[in-house]
Each structure stands twice: as C-alpha cells, then as structure tokens.
Design a protein around this ligand. Structure first.
Ligand SMILES: Nc1nc2c(ncn2[C@@H]2O[C@H](COP(=O)(O)OP(=O)(O)OP(=O)(O)O)[C@@H](O)[C@H]2O)c(=O)[nH]1
Ligand SMILES: [Mg+2]
Length: 395
C-alpha cells in the first residue's frame, strides 16, 4: 500500500467494544490519501473532492472486503484534514481497518483518551494500566466497575509474584477461574426455550420489567428469536426469546425453532419454561432429552398462579422418565404476577458463578488477558515468561 506517512494518526473514537456502529478518525494533512488506500466509494468515483456530503462505499484491505460504510470529511485548523469512518461496530472490522490504516502510514491512536493504540493489533505494548482503562470503558454496570477497579490491583500484585518464580500451573489456575469476571464485564446470554404458550415471552417481559416481546394465548406467537438487554445482580444479561418448540409445524415455524435452538445451544444459561397449569408436555420432553446433558439448564415451572396440572402426571411419569429427577425441583414462578422470579434470578447468578467476583480471589477481567496468558506457557522459556509478565505489570 502507499506510504503517505507524516503527521497522520488514526484512532477508534467510539468505545472498543461490540456496538451498532464504530467510528475511526483519521487526522493529518494526508488523511484523504490514507483513506484512498482502503476505501472505494460506490456512488462517486472522486469522493475526496466533495466535502459537502457523506459518502457510502466499501472498505477493503489486501485480503478483501472488510465492510461497507460511510465517510465524512472536515478540515481542522490544528490537525489538517479529518476523516471519520463509520462502519459496523464489530471488533474484527475495526481491528482490520486500523491495521490497514497503519500499513498506509497512520500512527495509531496518538491521543486516545481510553488507551494506547492498536487495540490487540500488536502495536504498542499492553500494560495492566492500559487494559484496566479499557475494561472500565466497557463496563455496563456499577458492580462491573467496582470489580475491575479491585482486580486491577490484585492482579498486578499476583502477576508480579508469579514473575519472580514463573509457574505455569499458577497461570493456568488463573485462567480456569476467569469466566465469572468475564460475564460481569462482557455480559452473559440467557436463552428461554420451551413448548409454545408456556409463557416464555411473558417471563422475558417480567424480567425486563417492560413489555418487550409479544404475548398472546395463540401458540406460535414468537417466531424469529429476539433479544432483550437487562441486568441481574449487576451482571449485564442478554435475554433471548425463542419460538416455542412443537411437532407438526410448517416450514417457517420449523426454521424459527431451529434458529431458536441454535441460540439456546450457544447461550451461557438455558431456561426451559414449562406450563405447570397443564399436563406435562411428555412428547416435548422425550424429543429434547439432550437438554438434560446441559449443566447450564434451569427448569422453570410457570403459571403457578393457576391450579397445578402436573402432580398426577409427574408421579406416573413414564414416557419422559429420564426427566423425573430434573422435574422434581423446578423453579416455580408465575411470569404473570412475578411470583418466584427473584428466586429464578438468583439461580441464574448461581449458574454463572458470579458470586465468586465478590470474594478475595484474584481474577482476570478481559478476554484478551485470557488469550495472552494462554500463549505464555507455550513459550516454555521461564525468562521470556518473566519478562512478559514484568512488562505487563509495568515493572
Ligand atoms: N395465568 C398465567 N398466564 C400466563 C403466565 N405466563 C404466560 N401466561 C399466558 O400464557 C399465554 C402465552 O404466553 P406467552 O408469553 O405468549 O407464551 P410463549 O411461551 O412465549 O408462547 P409462544 O411464543 O407461542 O411460544 C398468554 O395468554 C399469557 O398471558 C402466568 O404466569 N400465569
Ligand atoms: Mg413467545
């Protein structure tokens, strides 16, 4: 690519996290030339001559298309040209654009308020100071902020201790306990599955304390899965509503169920919602015995405000016998009145293990830390591990 270096800088000016849109700003006399290295307008063959509008086009690097998006131009007295690149807010997209701009001669992120340049790109060194600032910028709840502030100090001391006597077992131990902290910072997904009409969407609305998803007595109301953001005990949660699962559905509904099951498979917690006011859906349970293998599954008996329709059936449960144990102690709730919902929230926290974040232990707080520490033991060389750890803690 053309080298247009000089006073050029490029910086991600939105938070370095997944979002709808990310904005990358190029500043410097040659900002437009740098842009030309990665951007092809789809509307106007010579866009950089025209300051009066946003331009739509394609961003690409040596390996191919990165994204489509908008650019805008401005002139700044101090910085020369300013080009804002508006793309979709996926982390991989912003990483690739920043890397391509670096190859085009841009210095990355000179004065970024939340960290150094090149997030995860290998430009500049990561230090715990920088990682803490960035993690704090990504926190969505007060509990998460407190956790990061507390862990930054602890982790620094802990890694400095390991550096004195590098021990891969201690590093692995640290990684094995990282999930709760990552849930607290990055959030967790909770998928709600079950037969039609069990009250899945009603439960979503109750947990969110607002009417987000459509509820009706008609089975098959929810089709495509939807997502609602809430927080439980200070943990950001993405609640995923899915289509009710049943046999004999048409093609469209079958596809909706399939998509819902994919979401459930990838979720951190699965809530199986069953209607306790009607007889147990034995064929549903038989068809979905694989759910029993999931340690992340919580069985919810809904509609406790209505008479119990289960007792007789569960006693003689034969068709869905493998479910007997799990059905003995479901979390009983009424999605309509909210009864039992705090107990369910508690159970979700338990499955995520986030109580561990309140303790005195040392924990990691970013995915990058986990990935980085994973590579350390592989280097096998004690001196290199020590050097990397000391550089990270800033000693
Ligand atoms: N009495 C009572 N009715 C409930 C409760 N939860 C849901 N319902 C009713 O059950 C019906 C179905 O509720 P939904 O929330 O739409 O059920 P769903 O599981 O999302 O259904 P699908 O989207 O069709 O799969 C509606 O009429 C709700 O008002 C409850 O706790 N108590
Ligand atoms: Mg629904």
């Amino acid at each position: 690519m053309t080298d247009v270096s000089g006073d050029l800088t490029a910086a991600l000016i939105t938070a370095n996290t997944t979002g709808a849109i990310a904005v990358i700003r190029i500043t410097g006399r040659n900002a437009r030339k740098a842009l030309d290295c990665i951007f092809t307008p789809t509307s106007n063959p010579s866009p950089v001559q025209d300051d009066s509008r946003l331009l739509f086009g394609c961003f690409a690097d040596d390996t191919g298309t990165i994204d489509e998006g908008l650019i805008s131009f401005a002139e700044s007295e101090n910085e020369g040209a300013v080009v804002d690149i508006n793309v979709h807010g996926g982390q991989r997209i912003t990483e690739r654009i920043l890397a391509a701009l670096a190859r085009a001669g841009c210095k990355l992120n000179a004065d970024d308020p939340i960290g150094d340049s090149g997030f995860g790109l290998g430009f500049g060194d990561w230090t715990i100071e920088r990682e803490t600032k960035q993690a704090l910028a990504c926190c969505q709840t007060r509990r998460a902020v407190r956790f990061v502030a507390k862990q930054a100090d602890r982790l620094k001391q802990h890694l400095a201790r390991i550096a004195k006597q590098p021990d891969t077992v201690k590093i692995e131990e640290l990684m094995s306990k990282s999930s709760p902290g990552l849930f607290l910072i990055n959030g967790a997904s909770v998928a709600i599955i079950g037969p039609p009409n069990a009250g899945k969407s009603t439960l979503i609305n109750t947990l969110a304390d607002r009417s987000e998803t459509l509820v009706s007595p008609e089975p098959g109301t929810t089709r495509d899965w939807t997502e609602v953001a809430i927080s439980i005990d200070g943990v950001p949660i993405r609640l995923i509503d899915t289509a009710g699962i049943r046999g004999g559905a048409d093609d469209l509904e079958r596809e909706a169920m399939r998509r819902g099951l994919v979401q459930s498979h990838n979720a951190d917690v699965q809530l199986l919602v069953l209607d306790r006011s009607n007889p147990l859906p034995v064929s549903f349970l038989d068809d979905n015995v694989d759910l029993l293998n999931s340690a992340r599954l919580i069985v919810v008996a809904n509609k406790t405000d209505l008479p119990n329709g289960w007792s007789a059936v569960t006693d003689g449960l034969s068709a869905a016998a493998s479910w007997t144990e799990r059905l003995k102690r479901p979390i009983e709730i009424s999605g309509r009145t909210g009864d039992g919902v705090p107990v369910l929230s508690r159970r979700i926290s338990d499955v995520l293990g986030v109580d561990a974040c309140n303790g005195d232990g040392v924990m990691l707080f970013t995915r990058r830390q986990v990935g980085w520490l994973e590579t350390l033991p592989a280097s096998g060389n004690v001196d290199r591990i020590r050097e990397a750890l000391l550089r990270y803690v800033g000693d």
